[in-house]
Design a protein around this ligand. Sequence first.
Ligand code: IPM
Ligand code: MN
Length: 342
Amino acid sequence: TRTYSIAVIPGDGIGKEIVPPAQAVLEKATKGLVNFDYETFDLGAERYLRDGSTLPDEELNRIKNKDAILLGAVGDPRIKAGIIERGLLLKLRFALDQYVNLRPSKLFEGVTSPLANPGKIDFVVVREGTEGLYVGAGGAIRRGTPHEVATEVSINTAFGVERVVRYAFALAMKRRRHVTLVHKKNVLTNAGDMWQRIVDAVAKEFPEVTTDYQHVDAATIFIVTDPSRFDVILTDNLFGDIITDEAGAVVGGVGYSASGNINASNEYPSMFEPIHGSAPDIAGKGIANPTAAILSTALMLRHLGFDDPADRIETAVEADIKESATAKRSTAEVGSDILARL
Ligand code: IPM
Ligand code: MN
């Protein structure tokens, strides 16, 4: 049994509470099969408030040498928006070249969707993770004057788009073989046209995969009116950010939504995190639901090549949700209920 070294970043608020049950599930599901060696990193809003650092080089370099990263949640209302986001979370995604932001949405049996007729919802958003409007290209001049100019430039490279497009098609081959490109090519004619051409070219190599296209505004409608039409949704960084929150809502809330920030070429570690945030309003009470964090460990195992324990974790979570989704349980209770099913 090989040992995998994992960087654990519990982060802030409920992040600290949901990571331990996730680690316990990971341990039990892989007992005798994989060894994990954890190193916990004190990063996040609290660290920033204490010493002003978000992600020092020395810690980034140590993280770079891990096999994977498990992240709870980061953020704190006391800190100006953007500091932790850019200084820690996005810095990790960019520095570790995590170009696939993988976000599955599945409506589990036992969970109430806000949709009257949800049907069967089971799709995955493949969100580009290192380009687009998130790169921070642009700037501000004449700041604070009436003539202030602020620009945010969306960067889309053929290289960056092609690699995420290929990932989406390969993933579709393992699923229902359908890829929907979501963009806004009627207005963003430069980037949209390039995305579409690259999709068309890659599609030729995957004759079994059917493809279609939706403008992002239309896609937000179909996600609530006909979500079962989707299998793999492929989109850029910002559109993907927005539609995955909507996707989380239609499957009963982001409390069930896991995600992977994946460097599919395995040059650097990939990072697995629940989609939800640090939830300062319920932090410290021991009532946060660890399900999304637990599902994130399954994504991590799949990425590391361990499909069996990943399947077992997902099966245990599905059974737990089916039986107890509406029960009032503490973080520890949900964790031990899922553990007991493994
Ligand atoms: C997410 C979050 C982040 C994003 C923020 C916190 C930078 O909303 O993971 O979806 O925009 O990607
Ligand atoms: Mn988001």
